[in-house]
Write a protein that binds this ligand. Structure first.
Ligand SMILES: C[S@@+](CC[C@H](N)C(=O)[O-])C[C@H]1O[C@@H](n2cnc3c(N)ncnc32)[C@H](O)[C@@H]1O
Length: 217
C-alpha cells in the first residue's frame, strides 16, 4: 500500500459538499441515513444530564439527536473546524444556548479538557486520519472523559476489504479517503486498549459494514 498522507484526506469537508452535507447523505443512501443515525444514537444509551463532546460534529445533526436524550440538564459541546459546517451548526444549536455550544478546536491536536465529559462521540471522522493523528484523537478522548465515561465511535467496522461486497469496495475505494481502507483493516478495539479503554460494546448496521463501538475509560 502506498504511503498515506494526511493532506490526501477528505475528512475536512468543504464547499458544496459541506453546505449540503445532510441532504447529500440522505440522497446517496437512498433515504436510509436518517433512520440509521437515529438508531445509532439511541444505541449509545445516553442518559438525561449527560455531558457529551462531539469530535468533528459536522452540521450539528447528531448533536440535536443527542439532545433528545441529554435534555436541558445535560451539555453538548461540538468541536468543528469547517466554516460551512460551523455555520449550519450555529444555526441549529442557537435555540439551545447554555446546553449546546460550538468550539472551533482541532481534534487532532492536544485538547484542554480533563475528566469533564460522560461521553465523547465521533461519527465518520476517525477513519479519515493517518494513524499518528488517530492516536492523538484517542488520547484526547481518554483525557476528556470522566472515569467510567465512554468513547462512542460510529464509523466503518473492521472487515476484510477483499471479501467485502463489490459495492462496498467500489464506494470505499472510489469515494473515500485513502486512509479509510487502512482504518478498516486495523483492529480498532486493540487501538483503544493501548490507551486504557476496556469493556467494549458493539452495535452493527448495514450488513455489519458500519459499527458503533463503545469503549469505557
Ligand atoms: C465526514 S464529516 C462527519 C460529520 C459528522 N460527524 C456526521 O457524522 O455527520 C467529518 C467532519 O469532521 C470535521 N473535521 C475534520 N477534521 C477535523 C479536525 N481536525 N478537528 C475538528 N473537526 C474536524 C469536518 O469538518 C467534518 O465536519
Amino acid at each position: 500500500m502506498r504511503e498515506l498522507r494526511q493532506e490526501d484526506s477528505k475528512v475536512e469537508v468543504r464547499g458544496f459538499e459541506a453546505r449540503h452535507y445532510d441532504t447529500l447523505m440522505n440522497l446517496i443512501t437512498l433515504g436510509w441515513y436518517p433512520g440509521f443515525i437515529r438508531q445509532a444514537i439511541f444505541d449509545i444509551g445516553i442518559q438525561p444530564g449527560n455531558k457529551i463532546l462531539d469530535f468533528g460534529a459536522g452540521t450539528g445533526r447528531n448533536a440535536l439527536l443527542m439532545y433528545k436524550y441529554t435534555g436541558d440538564k445535560g451539555k453538548i459541546t461540538a468541536l468543528e473546524i469547517g466554516p460551512e459546517m460551523q455555520q449550519q451548526l450555529r444555526e441549529k444549536i442557537a435555540p439551545y444556548a447554555g446546553t449546546m455550544e460550538l468550539m472551533d478546536l482541532r481534534i487532532d491536536e492536544p485538547l484542554p479538557f480533563r475528566e469533564e465529559y460522560d461521553i465523547v462521540f465521533t461519527s465518520f471522522v476517525l477513519h479519515g486520519f493517518i494513524q499518528e493523528k488517530r492516536d492523538i484523537i484517542i488520547q484526547n478522548a481518554y483525557n476528556t472523559l470522566k472515569h467510567g465515561g465512554r468513547f462512542a465511535i460510529l464509523d466503518y467496522a473492521n472487515f476484510n476489504m477483499d471479501k467485502a461486497a463489490w459495492y462496498m469496495r467500489y464506494a470505499i475505494r472510489k469515494f473515500e479517503c485513502p486512509m479509510a481502507e487502512d482504518f478498516i483493516s486495523r483492529d480498532t478495539r486493540k487501538m483503544l486498549r493501548a490507551f486504557g479503554f476496556s469493556n467494549f460494546e458493539e452495535y452493527f448496521y448495514f450488513k455489519n459494514y458500519l459499527r458503533l463501538l463503545l469503549a469505557e475509560k
